[in-house]
Design a protein around this ligand. Structure first.
Ligand SMILES: NC(=O)c1ccc[n+]([C@@H]2O[C@H](COP(=O)([O-])OP(=O)(O)OC[C@H]3O[C@@H](n4cnc5c(N)ncnc54)[C@H](O)[C@@H]3O)[C@@H](O)[C@H]2O)c1
Ligand SMILES: O=c1ccn([C@@H]2O[C@H](COP(=O)(O)OP(=O)(O)O[C@H]3O[C@H](CO)[C@H](O)[C@H](O)[C@H]3O)[C@@H](O)[C@H]2O)c(=O)[nH]1
Length: 329
């Protein structure tokens, strides 16, 4: 557990991953302020015990002051498909937004940052698992914008002594208590599959079955959001001033789209009909992590690596959310 007990600004703390980490920070005794514009997040996802400021990261200077010890930066636009058709939104929010956040941190003398990065920065590596030594070569504007952010953070660390950690998540899944994946419209595989099981969709569309993978569908490395929260707390004290530490976070196991659907059938007991449609532009065939550096530098060990448990937790969250929506509370 971190020794840090100063104020923490959590950008994007009304979103899926940010709200889970904000809740964990509150539980472990940190004073948390969430800054979120609610563009994709939900006010009710902000944990009780955290202060909430509705606003954009572009205006972070209005919130940050020297009482903050660290910023945890989750706020972003993060849809691969959308980034292919609306790339300027990705440069605007992810790059210009983070640029403004870093300037605000400099102005307020906040010298620690833990930021969300993504496996999308690696593009489509041809061989083996992806380590932090794998060359970065994004194949969509989302990944390109997040790589630009990582470069910006590296420069800030070198020039201004920022202690920074970029955590490159692979495919985040699962839920923790009342915090889970909830986007409107939803685009991610597991919540969509579960919407079929709930009767909210007729079938799950498989985006292509002609990839060079064992069953022809895309392979991803799914990581439980609770394990991600562990890594964020460990990251609080991991970098030295002037250092930009980059770690991958995944389990090192790949599951195809068809395997995910098969596990979801077992978890939900629903037949979950599938239909194969054309590929989604910008999707790499296979993304599987080596998290060796996270283990070495953060002492991080994933504890919830079972896909069936991740989908069970996501299912419990989806069912509880459906009840809340139907009863209004
Ligand atoms: N979900 C994944 O599998 C995954 C994988 C790799 C990386 N990531 C990264 O993790 C982070 C969180 O992703 P998520 O899945 O929780 O997404 P999310 O959409 O649930 O959360 C993002 C939050 O940021 C807020 N936000 C967006 N633009 C903002 C702005 N300009 N100012 C203030 N708030 C703003 C949104 O309202 C939302 O609450 C992102 O940086 C994303 O790139 C996610
Ligand atoms: O209805 C769907 C939705 C998704 N998929 C497939 O399922 C896999 C997973 O797709 P998601 O949309 O759930 O996740 P992505 O792999 O596109 O994206 C995730 O990983 C990215 C990095 O590649 C980003 O970090 C992003 O934020 C994060 O959600 C992909 O092969 C996609 O083609 C389908 O077949 N049908």
């Amino acid at each position: 557990m971190s020794k840090e007990r100063g104020r923490v600004l959590v950008t994007g703390g009304a979103g899926y991953i940010g709200s889970v980490v904000a809740a964990r920070l509150v539980e472990t005794g940190h004073r948390v302020t969430v800054l979120d514009d609610l563009s994709t997040g939900f006010r009710e996802a902000v944990p009780s015990g955290a202060e909430f400021v509705k606003g954009r990261i572009q205006e972070a200077a209005e919130v940050l002051d020297p009482s903050y010890a660290v910023v945890m930066h989750f706020a972003a636009v993060a849809e691969v498909g959308e980034s292919m058709v609306n790339p300027e939104k990705y440069w605007d929010t992810n790059v210009l937004g983070t640029f403004a956040l870093l300037a605000a941190m400099r102005g307020a003398g906040v010298r620690k940052l833990v930021a969300s990065s993504t496996c999308a920065v690696y593009g489509e590596p041809t061989a083996g698992v992806i380590s932090t030594r794998t060359p970065t070569a994004p194949v969509n504007p989302y990944g390109a914008s997040k790589l630009a952010v990582d470069h910006m953070i590296a420069g800030e660390s070198a020039a201004c002594g920022l202690a920074a950690v970029s955590l490159r998540y692979f495919n985040v899944a699962g839920a923790v208590a009342s915090h889970g994946e909830r986007h409107d419209p939803e685009s991610h595989l597991i919540p969509l599959v579960l919407q079929v099981a709930q009767g909210r969709r007729e079938a799950i569309s498989i985006y292509g079955d002609d990839y060079a993978t064992p069953d022809g569908t895309c392979v991803r490395d799914y990581i439980h959001v609770s394990d991600l929260a562990d890594a964020h707390l460990l990251a609080l004290d991991a970098a030295a001033p002037g250092e930009h530490l980059v770690c991958n976070l995944g389990n090192g196991n790949g599951f195809s789209v068809r395997e995910v659907i098969a596990v979801a059938r077992k978890v939900t007991g629903h037949p979950i009909p599938e239909v194969v449609v054309s590929r989604r532009p910008g999707d790499p065939a296979t993304l599987v992590a080596s998290s060796a550096r996270a283990r070495e530098r953060l002492g991080w060990v994933p504890r919830r690596s079972n896909l069936s448990e991740m989908i069970q937790d996501a299912w419990d969250f989806a069912q509880a959310t459906a009840v809340k929506e139907s009863t209004g509370h």
